[in-house]
Design a protein around this ligand. Structure first.
Ligand SMILES: [Zn+2]
Length: 127
């Protein structure tokens, strides 16, 4: 009977403890971040109060990852990707990294193929 009491649930208990510890650590982490944020926010708020006191109306705004403007910016960059296998319609040659006619916008109405010097300036190489 004494043997029986010694053997069984130990492993399971240990497993639970690890999971519980991780959960606890997660909670601690969240709490630490919240505390640090609160402390920083307090400092900023004090600064804002000072600014308000001398006549500057300011507001603290937290920017979240899912902010639509941030996402839009990323999408626009993606849409502007240059096809690496399509020669520029102005130069009619490929460069590495490749470019397209948009790169010639600065040339105004008289768009002409880039010279070796231009390419060097843009960090492009003719391929
Ligand atoms: Zn070009």
């Amino acid at each position: 009977m004494a043997d029986e009491a010694k053997t069984p649930p130990k492993l399971e208990v240990k497993k639970m403890t690890v999971l519980e510890q991780l959960k606890k650590l997660d909670e601690q982490r969240t709490k630490l971040i919240e505390d640090a944020k609160a402390a920083a926010m307090k400092k900023v708020q004090e600064g804002i109060d000072d600014l308000t006191a001398i006549g500057f109306l300011c507001k603290l705004v937290e920017i979240k990852d899912e902010e639509p403007s941030a996402r839009k910016r990323g999408a626009r960059e993606g849409a502007g990707q240059v096809d690496p296998n399509k020669p520029c319609s102005v130069c009619n040659f490929l460069t590495s990294p490749n470019h397209d006619a948009r790169k010639h916008r600065a040339q105004g109405d008289n768009k002409k193929p880039f010279t070796a010097k231009d390419l060097e300036q843009f960090g492009l190489k003719k391929v």
